[in-house]
Design a protein around this ligand. Structure first.
Ligand code: PMP
Length: 406
């Protein structure tokens, strides 16, 4: 049984008040709160188990290395990756995608080569590809979403031409909550000989993910949205792709030997992890992933689907609320504007007075905002600890905002 009250008790921050009201935290899409087990693991690592990893032969260094390296297996399990050697640690999705852009894409793309993207990508899955456009004459091909915010996998596959070298798509939209059929896209792209990168920032937190089943080449996740520390993340890279990559960052840890005239790189995945990593952050991320796996990703997904359905029912009664995106099976992420043209920031300020935390702005998704014809929206994004009662608090606060701006 999914006991949300018990789960909420694991997250100390949820007990606090904001502006004299109980906190209603609906900004999980930006970053999720941390359970006590993660806070304790971070504190324990710094208090009792801290040293640099991979370097020393002393007790603490070995202990820290063991704890840190064990997370590779945890991530592999969490993502269904065949081998932990296909997991590269990093600071988050942004770094993961940049690694692919610099390490895999840049060396193999010529002027006129194409990258296919959906219009609902986050800037983290856009700007690294703009670098290739600016610097190497690579062409970005955009695939639009349908009127309900869904992405037709066939439209993505049809956009792949003889010059396409990569498809880069999100699994779940951080703005609309749309779940993309990345398996169908991967099958279609692979049939045309094109690798696929999936931005898993918003999906891994809401859905069970199995990269072996999806079949994709790259799958990036970010620890702070997965109830883990900020500055932690990982990317799954299929071993065949990893073998094609050159290192992105150079420095300690990613080498075996360095002389005045030569450098011998470490074996993958360490070849792609230069310098002292986020040791404690990664250890904390491992604990967070275990926490989620203990709850069960299927159970989390079912709980959040219930919240989505309830929120959709409640929103349906508010004819002055324009919710963007109604793709079937979407995640519990809602972007909306209010009739009367109150700015998204004004709405979020009123919600904040009621203790409700949402995000307002362009959500790092400029092309999608253009496509939708809006400059900004408010976004309520739910997580594993949210409740129906919190949907009611949100609706009450929205009603107040509507009254004030009507
Ligand atoms: N992609 C998506 C879909 C996201 O929502 C985010 C975070 N908002 C990112 C990428 C970037 O993640 P990070 O900032 O943790 O690198």
């Amino acid at each position: 049984m999914y006991d949300v009250d018990k789960i909420r008790a694991d997250f100390p921050i949820l007990a606090r008040e904001v502006n004299g009201r109980p906190l209603t935290y609906l900004d999980n899409g930006a970053s999720a709160q941390k359970p006590q087990v993660v806070i304790d693991a971070v504190s324990r690592a710094y208090s009792h188990e801290y040293a640099n990893v991979h370097r020393g032969l002393h007790y603490l260094s070995n202990l820290a290395t063991d704890k840190y390296e064990a997370v590779r297996g945890t991530v592999a399990r969490f993502l269904g990756a065949p081998s932990e050697d296909e997991i590269v640690f990093n600071s988050g999705t942004t770094e993961g995608i940049n690694l692919v852009a610099y390490g895999w894409a840049m060396p193999r793309m010529e002027p006129g080569d194409e990258i296919v993207l959906s219009v609902m990508e986050h800037h983290a899955n856009i700007v690294p590809w703009h670098f290739l456009r600016e610097r190497q004459g690579v062409v970005l091909k955009w695939v639009d979403t349908g009127p309900d915010g869904s992405l037709d996998p066939q439209a993505v596959i049809d956009a792949i031409g003889p010059k396409t070298k990569l498809v880069a798509v999100t699994h779940v939209s951080n703005v609309l909550g749309t779940v993309v059929d990345v398996k169908a896209i991967t099958q279609g792209a692979h049939a045309k000989g094109v690798p696929v990168l999936v931005d898993g920032s918003q999906s891994a937190v809401h859905l069970p993910v199995d990269v072996s089943d999806i079949g994709c080449d790259f799958y990036a996740i970010t620890g702070h949205k997965l109830y883990g520390p900020s500055g932690s993340g990982a990317i799954y890279i299929k071993s065949a792709r990893m073998a094609e990559m050159r290192p992105f960052l150079g420095g300690g840890d990613m080498i075996k030997e360095v002389s005045k005239d030569a450098v011998i790189y470490n074996d993958p995945p360490m070849k792609f992890e230069a310098g002292t990593p986020g040791i404690v952050q990664i250890i904390g991320m491992g604990v967070a992933l275990d926490y989620m796996m203990d709850l069960g990703m299927e159970n989390i997904a079912a709980h959040e689907a219930g919240l989505r359905d309830y929120a959709q029912d409640r929103f349906a009664g508010l004819n002055w609320l324009q919710v963007q995106g109604h793709a079937p099976g979407k995640a519990a992420i809602f972007s909306f504007t209010l009739e009367g043209a109150a700015h998204a920031h004004d709405i979020s300020t009123i919600l904040d007075k009621k203790g409700v935390a949402v995000r307002a702005g362009h959500h790092c998704a400029g092309p999608l905002m253009d496509h939708l014809g809006v400059t900004a929206t408010c976004r309520a994004s739910f997580g594993l600890y949210n409740t129906r009662a919190e949907v009611d608090v949100l609706v009450e606060a929205l009603e107040l905002a509507h009254e004030l701006f009507a």
